[in-house]
Design a binder for this molecule. Structure first.
Ligand code: HEM
Ligand code: HEM
Length: 252
């Protein structure tokens, strides 16, 4: 791993790193909250797919699909709050770039000369927001659905039959968008990997490695918040997410 890192690093992917691995510095880019969020999201989405497509029906009661759906909604709620009041690279303000910057980055990315970023690059930032939005639409439309067998979403009775049908269409169509975004997400990660930037490990252990003298976009973060403020924000985000998931556990 370290030999890889010492040979390849960024826009200058093919340049050797002078001085070998000792000239690398390690920077924390993703905190535990984001890493856990990402891991739980992957597990929940696999569960959603399984309960809806493979094990649906009497083998796997729809209520399990709904419960997992509440977990996804809870995770999205957590991520949105953490994006607003959280720390470091998790904040939306750190990674939602202007259209002009994003456009320029896209050109550099395709030309293979994009700079490395500590957190999300501009395309990754907008992709993150797009995935959260599509997940929110998927989760909230599910609340109004019925499988016409044994399961009714908790809000199904609150709307007319035609509105419920419309939302069922949204649920069935939006999922294709979600699969598409996930495929794009994985392709982007493979593309970065082929250019020598192994983003996956940073999502596992939280750190990226850069050359000592290398300038990294987005690295000069504002001072981190005080500890009490950080814990308060984390408590708030987790608390609200748990309330949402708890509602799911109350399902009949
Ligand atoms: C169900 C499938 C997946 C979904 C819905 C998903 C969703 C996301 C989201 C929302 C983010 C933004 C993280 C944040 O800022 O909160 C993200 C980032 C990331 N994901 Fe995934 N992900 C999925 C699968 C994977 C897999 C299988 C891998 C590994 C091969 C992966 C690797 C990454 C990496 C490396 C990042 C950080 C990208 C960067 O540095 O900008 N993801 N993912
Ligand atoms: C983000 C989370 C969710 C994902 C990824 C998801 C995914 C899916 C998928 C892939 C299907 C099958 C669609 C098809 O065959 O075209 C489905 C159907 C369904 N989902 Fe979800 N879902 C989510 C949230 C929810 C929630 C929260 C509920 C209810 C509380 C729910 C209730 C249902 C029902 C009742 C069906 C069956 C509809 C039918 O038989 O026509 N889903 N979902």
């Amino acid at each position: 791993m370290s030999s890889n890192l010492s040979r390849k690093s960024s826009s200058d992917t093919l340049l050797p790193v002078e001085g070998g691995p000792s000239s690398l510095r390690s920077v924390e880019v993703w905190g535990l909250a984001i890493r856990l969020f990402h891991l739980l999201l992957i597990l929940a989405i696999i569960g959603m797919w399984y309960t809806a497509e493979v094990g649906a029906g009497l083998d796997f009661p729809m209520v399990w699909h709904a419960r997992l759906g509440y977990c996804v909604i809870g995770l999205v709620v957590f991520r949105v709050i953490w994006g607003l009041v959280g720390t470091g690279n998790a904040r939306f303000s750190r990674f939602l770039a202007s259209p002009r910057t994003t456009w320029r980055y896209a050109g550099d990315f395709l030309a293979g000369r994009a700079p490395r970023h500590a957190g999300h690059n501009p395309l990754g930032g907008w992709m993150t927001l797009a995935m959260l939005l599509v997940l929110a639409i998927q989760g909230s439309s599910g609340l109004f659905l019925t499988d016409d067998l044994l399961f009714e979403g908790p809000l199904h009775d609150r709307v007319s039959a035609s509105v419920a049908e419309g939302l069922a269409w949204v649920h069935h169509t939006n999922i294709t968008l979600l699969w598409g975004l996930i495929a794009l997400h994985l392709m982007a990660i493979v593309w970065h990997g082929l250019r020598g930037e192994w983003l996956i490990w940073a999502m596992v252990h939280g750190r990226k490695h850069f050359r000592r003298n290398q300038s990294v976009a987005g690295e000069n973060a504002p001072a981190p918040p005080s500890r009490p403020r950080k814990w308060l924000a984390l408590g708030l985000a987790i608390g609200i997410a748990i309330v949402v998931i708890w509602q799911g556990a109350q399902l009949p």
